[in-house]
Design a protein. Sequence first.
Length: 57
Amino acid sequence: MARQVIVMGDTTTHGGKVITGSQVDVIDGKAIARTGDLVACLEHGVKLKLPDSQDMQ
């Protein structure tokens, strides 16, 4: 079954990567990303914050 949470190190559709996550909550040894955690975006060349799940629909 596929994992349905975003964790630090996951990649984006534009080649970016999640670069921050929870220091307490982990899955398979990886920090769970939360609303407001940072993503390095190769396409936009900046660090972006993860949106609220309602903004992703």
